[in-house]
Design a protein around this ligand. Structure first.
Ligand code: FAD
Length: 803
């Protein structure tokens, strides 16, 4: 084994082999894969090998499409067959809700270039005669589904990588990893040590253990998973290979395996495997069968597909594979560790392995994954993903693999875990809570405790009239919102402003002022949006998205100079309350001594104040677009601040409002938000943030790319539409049509209660952005006329917030 390599990839499952291949393809030849046993010795060898393009995150779906298209390429390079069978697949809906869900998936597929088709039960039965029609309401057909041979795929990647210059060492376990001061690694293996510039943890079932070698606890857990293969079935003899099928109500998937059928299930009572430590001596082993556990699914399966019940069971496979809490992969560099990368938690290696390898290799070689991989970025998780939390969420995710997640559905596992000091007080006001990074935050307020529950739906739900009331309160009087779930960072030091000026596209505000700013990567794409508040010369208080805290800190740390400036995440140290509406100033004025008149404290001011007995920061800004204030206090004061505002607010008609009302109101104002309107696939001018890019202030990351975008106009435009919707509003990811063609996609949507219209924000080609007519938005399979608005739907000139 060589003693030095540019990269050591740990693990020769399908994911490690794909990473290795993609690194050679990207031009890095001095790459070594170290495998503790033989290739495929983790979850890969006993996988069912199924692959499909559908994913809840459109960006992950694109990488799945890439993976499936890649098999031809690696077969050609390596001469190794991947055993690809493209059979096509059908997803069977047993209920109207499921059919709605399929229609939404089909619609999303349109702008991803997928050719999905909604078909009737009769058409489905023609394609998949094993089904008993009476259990189904409709189906979706996908021509690009099928299965591969897991051994063949892994070896095709491995051979292609070796042809590209990579080396593979088998039967050599990595037992330790030691960081050198220069950021490189000593990889200690059973066959000797390798000095590597970079290490990739692709250790699959053992990724947690490899993470622990460098002091991190990755949020992944293996679950036992069973499938069975029936005896040969006369119904299949001499016929074309059967389609893949998913029966959502039965929670089972099916495909042909030689003369019989393979049937797998994601049962409700899933069982974790090795919840704390994965044994090193587990190899190409199977776990004992437990048919009793999957009996409820099998019963439904045999009822829905009667021929399978008569075919007998030839073989049962029970094997473990890993999941992250949300079921998507974990990839990318780890904050705080130099040159240490992960590619693990990949639960669908044969749909996602290629995309994971592509994104990670680009990230390593070019410094950027080259695609929007936020949904797979390891940095989407933070400190809250303890072992027990991960266990609860992974079990929940596994059990819901084939369940519908409604847009207003909040999952219940591991809750409540994190709460703010006013949690019980908000509960007493009948708040319905959402879970955001394991932190409870109010979504809406019901009139009574009995009504404080979401009835899940794709259409306007039971919260609609209550959210309407909250929006009217903000429009006509004053509303109070808990905003503790924002991300917060303190940037301090004599070099703070200069450093931040280089990190952010906008000018750092003067002392006592606030400025909004995009953060760009070197390609000039949006990687964050922040509110910069400057309490003093050497102190800037940054407010951004809490879910992206680790993602931001990883970027900040990478660009911090050795001295003169420090950045500290402090989201949970500061709790926040926002008051918004025409009476907000009078209310706040009644409890502070500072003059809040516009002349003394204009829009976008920021100042330390005493609010009653509570010391805090007050910013004159509101995400609802009204006259409003955001108040930040250390968490120990939040209860007192809340009580003070509620008491003083009685006179002004103060009522609480929640995240749903906020979402509706920010859409009325065309204010975008991270992970919806602002993502690394959009530039600031496309996203309508051009006015916050200051080319006069000097250099900043992404400046030249942003200047190019400005000159060229960018390819896309974020547009607000007024939609002629009936009982369901857009929520995000719906296609936007223009003159009969799909031209764009919705990023957010809601009913705008202040303006009384259904609204949607979305991207369309820049060339169409000025078109006045011809737009439609497809909501649950129905196209609705959409009028493009030239400004925000509510208070387009921003007079209210400046008043
Ligand atoms: C029953 C079952 C059915 C499945 N069906 C499908 C399906 O139909 N479609 C699909 O896409 N996916 C399916 N999967 C999931 C699929 O198997 C995984 O997505 C995939 O195998 C993950 O691959 P990996 O490379 O990340 O991990 P693994 O396959 O676990 O590979 C990790 C490798 O790293 C090696 N390793 C670990 N630690 C070290 C170390 N310290 N030093 C050296 N080497 C190390 C291991 O020996 C192993 O070879 C199924 C899984 C199971 C169990």
């Amino acid at each position: 084994m060589k003693s030095h390599a540019k990269v050591v990839v740990i693990g020769g499952g399908v994911v490690g082999a794909s990473v290795l291949y993609h690194l050679t393809k990207a031009g890095w030849k001095d790459v070594l894969l170290v495998e503790r046993a033989e290739l495929t010795s983790g979850s890969t060898w006993h996988a069912a090998g199924g692959m499909h393009t559908i994913n809840g995150d459109p960006n992950v779906a694109k990488l799945q499409q890439y993976t499936i298209q890649l098999y031809k390429e690696i077969e050609q390079i390596s001469g190794q067959s991947c055993g690809v069978h493209i059979t096509g697949g059908i997803m069977l809906a047993g209920t109207r809700e499921r059919l709605d869900w399929l229609k939404m998936a089909q619609a999303r597929g349109r702008y991803l270039g997928m050719h999905l088709e909604i078909i009737s039960v009769d058409e489905a039965a023609k394609l998949f005669p094993l089904m008993d029609k009476k259990h189904f309401a409709g189906a979706m057909y996908d021509p690009i589904e099928g299965h591969v041979d897991p051994y063949g795929v892994t070896h095709a990647y491995a051979k292609s990588a070796q042809i590209g210059g990579a080396e593979i060492v088998r039967k050599s376990r990595v037992v330790d990893l030691c960081a050198r001061p220069d950021g490189s690694w000593d990889v200690i293996t059973e066959q000797g040590n390798v000095h590597a510039e970079h290490v990739v943890n692709a250790a699959g079932l053992w990724a947690r253990e490899v993470g622990r070698m460098v002091g991190i606890e990755l949020p992944i857990l293996a679950m036992e998973h069973q499938y069975l293969i029936t005896g040969d079935m006369p119904q299949l003899a001499g016929k074309k290979e059967q389609l893949h099928a998913i029966d959502f109500e039965g929670e089972i998937y099916l495909r042909q395996e030689r003369g019989g059928m393979l049937m797998g299930t994601y049962e409700r009572a899933g069982v974790p495997w090795s919840p704390v430590t994965t044994p090193w001596d587990f190899g190409q082993d199977l776990l004992p069968n437990d048919l009793e556990r999957i009996a409820p699914s099998l019963e439904v399966g045999f009822e829905h597909f009667p021929a399978l019940g008569n075919a007998g069971i030839k073989k049962v496979v029970n094997g473990p594979f890993t999941f992250a809490p949300d079921g998507n992969p974990l990839i990318g560099p780890i904050k705080g560790l130099r040159n240490f990368w992960v590619a693990c938690g990949v639960m669908a290696g044969f749909s996602q392995g290629g995309g994971v390898g592509l994104a990670l290799s680009r990230w390593m070689v070019e410094g950027d994954p080259g695609a929007d991989i936020w949904g797979m970025d390891v940095a989407r998780y933070g400190d809250w993903t303890t072992l027990a939390y991960t266990n609860a969420k992974v079990r929940e995710n596994y059990s819901r693999r084939f369940s519908i997640r409604f847009p207003n559905e909040e999952l219940t596992a591991a809750r409540p875990l994190r709460t703010t000091p006013i949690y019980e007080k908000l509960k007493a006001e009948h708040a319905v809570f959402g879970d955001y990074c394991a932190l409870e935050h109010p979504l809406w307020f019901a009139p009574t405790a009995a009504e404080a529950k979401d009835q899940v739906s794709f259409r306007r739900s039971n919260s609609h009239p209550h959210v309407a009331r909250e929006c009217r309160t903000v429009r006509d009087a004053v509303g109070l919102l808990e905003i503790s779930n924002y991300g917060k960072f303190e940037v301090r030091g004599p070099g703070a402003a200069e450093w931040l000026s280089r990190m952010m596209a906008n000018r750092v505000p003067a002392v006592g002022r606030i400025a909004l700013t995009p953060m760009l990567n070197a390609r000039g794409k949006l990687i964050g949006d922040f509110t910069m508040c400057r309490p003093s010369q050497d102190h800037i208080f940054l407010i951004g998205t809490y879910a992206a805290e680790t993602y931001y800190m990883r970027w900040f740390e990478r660009h911090l100079p050795p001295a003169g400036v420090s950045v500290r995440p402090c989201a949970m140290e500061y709790a926040g309350l926002s008051i918004a509406g025409p009476h907000s100033r009078a209310l706040l004025q009644s409890v502070v001594r500072d003059d809040l008149a516009t002349a003394a404290f204009p829009f976008m001011s920021f100042r330390r104040m005493e609010i009653g007995m509570v010391p805090g920061y007050v910013g004159r800004v509101s995400f609802t677009g009204d006259l409003g204030f955001e108040i930040w206090v250390t968490s120990d004061y939040q209860r007192a601040l809340y009580d003070l505002l509620v008491e003083a607010g009685r006179e002004y008609g103060l009522k609480p409002f929640g995240g749903r009302a906020l979402n509706a109101m920010r859409i009325e104002k065309s204010f975008g938000t991270w992970a919806r309107e602002y993502r690394p696939i959009y530039g600031p001018f496309e996203a309508g943030l051009g006015r916050f890019v200051d080319f006069k202030k000097g250099d900043f990351i992404g400046r030249s790319a942003a200047a190019e975008e400005k000159d060229g106009g960018g390819a896309l435009r974020l547009v607000c539409f007024q939609v002629a919707a009936t009982d369901a509003d857009a929520i995000g990811d719906e296609p936007i049509w223009h003159d009969g063609k799909t031209v764009g996609w919705v990023t957010s949507g809601a009913f705008g209660h202040r303006v009384g219209e259904s609204l949607a924000l979305g991207y369309v080609p820049a060339s169409l952005a000025a078109s006045d007519g011809g737009f439609e938005i497809e909501i649950i399979g129905e196209r609705h006329a959409a009028a493009r608005l030239t400004g925000a739907a509510f208070d387009p000139n921003g007079a209210l917030m400046r008043a």
